[in-house]
Design a protein around this ligand. Structure first.
Ligand code: SAH
Length: 345
């Protein structure tokens, strides 16, 4: 049994991310990544119910549609009761992981999150709670962990520190993000990071850095998708990230991080009608259907035309199951923790 994961050389990474990469080499890459995923996780896809609880945000990340300085969007904040209702609907539909994601909304304090987390964990023992609440202090992460949160998603967005600073407000830095990811790991969270493919200013050299940073961080989850412009941001006319490059990176990351939980993201599904199936065939093993109520679906627009209906709808799992069946996969309704033990590569 071999425990170490595959490591791409710099040359191979540069080649696989370049226009010169041959069709055959790219198909080999994809096939190896899909085979490895199947050998570890089977032809099964874990599902997470995504609840977008607020689009109020005090941060001004320049690529994001719900950034603090956008005067054009209608802001909403779900009540705790509405969140509980959505969790209950999701539980009934088969979800065993709930992801709470939102803008950085100061009206939601640690004690509110702690109350929500404990409600979920006591009402539905055995489920996992994932948080995606942005950058907070280690003390805050500790309180949320003690209240029962299991996982935390915090993308590093880009491993290029200059570009990170161009895309984010001066209060943020790549260094602080990496420190936060280390804090989260230290507190015993299953940690997820990831990046935007095609974010303004980025290119293949930066994605190579992303792959190396992820190698160093060794996260339990990796989420990445194409950048998609939002009409109220300075990047409204910037072209979206490439679906093809996103899929290449997904396969590379799968081979480098065999156990990682890797979603075919909503952005990938928005950028390409077959995004979720292509993502799975490139090595993804998670989907995060939208479990937000209608008002949130309408107003949580991180980018233009974000998908929330059809196969993205958490309450339409039968249709999702049918779509997965066409490529021979099934939904796995277990909590979906990373697998342990040895594996054969
Ligand atoms: N406030 C939380 C949640 C942010 S939304 C946080 O900052 O972590 C979750 C993810 O959506 C972000 O990490 C980002 O990578 C992605 N996102 C934001 N704007 C986007 C855009 N224009 N195109 C594609 N993805 C975007």
């Amino acid at each position: 049994m071999q425990k170490s994961a595959y490591r791409f050389s710099q040359e191979d990474l540069a080649y696989l991310l370049s226009p010169q990469a041959s069709k055959k080499d790219l198909e080999d890459l994809r096939q190896r990544a899909q085979d490895l995923t199947q050998s570890l996780y089977g032809k099964k896809i874990y599902i997470r119910g995504l609840i977008e609880f607020s689009n109020y945000c005090q941060e001004a990340c320049r690529y994001c549609g719900i950034q603090a300085t956008n005067p054009h969007i209608q802001r909403f904040r779900l009540s705790k009761e509405t969140i509980y209702q959505q969790v209950s609907l999701g539980y009934g539909a088969g979800f065993r992981t709930f992801v709470l994601q939102g803008g950085e909304d100061p009206a939601y304090r640690d004690q509110d999150f702690c109350q929500i987390i404990s409600w979920i964990k006591t009402t539905y023992p055995g489920v996992a709670v994932t948080l995606s609440l942005g950058l907070r202090t280690k003390a805050s992460y500790r309180r949320l962990r003690e209240a029962g949160a299991d996982r935390y998603l915090l993308r590093h967005e880009t491993a290029n520190p200059q570009i990170f600073s161009q895309l984010h407000p001066p209060s943020q830095s790549l260094e602080a993000r990496i420190r936060a990811l280390e804090d989260l790991k230290d507190l015993g969270y299953q940690v997820g990071t990831g990046f935007l493919v095609g974010a303004p200013g980025t290119g293949p050299r930066d994605y190579m850095k992303d792959v190396l940073l992820i190698r160093q961080l060794d996260p339990a989850m990796i989420g990445m998708g194409p950048f998609i412009p939002h009409k109220d941001t300075p990047y409204k006319n910037h072209p979206p990230g490439s679906v093809d490059l996103t899929l290449r990176l997904l396969s590379i990351l799968r081979l480098e991080n065999p156990r990682a939980l890797i979603p075919a993201t909503t952005a990938l599904n928005t950028a390409h009608p077959q995004g979720r199936l292509l993502g799975i065939q490139a090595g993804a093993n998670v989907l995060m259907p939208n479990l937000s109520p209608p008002e949130a679906k309408k107003h949580y627009q991180l980018y233009d035309k974000k998908e929330t209906q059809g196969l993205e709808d958490a309450l339409g799992l039968k249709d999702l199951a049918k779509a997965l069946e066409t490529i021979g996969y099934k939904i796995d309704i277990n909590r979906g923790d990373p697998i342990g033990g040895d594996y054969d590569l």
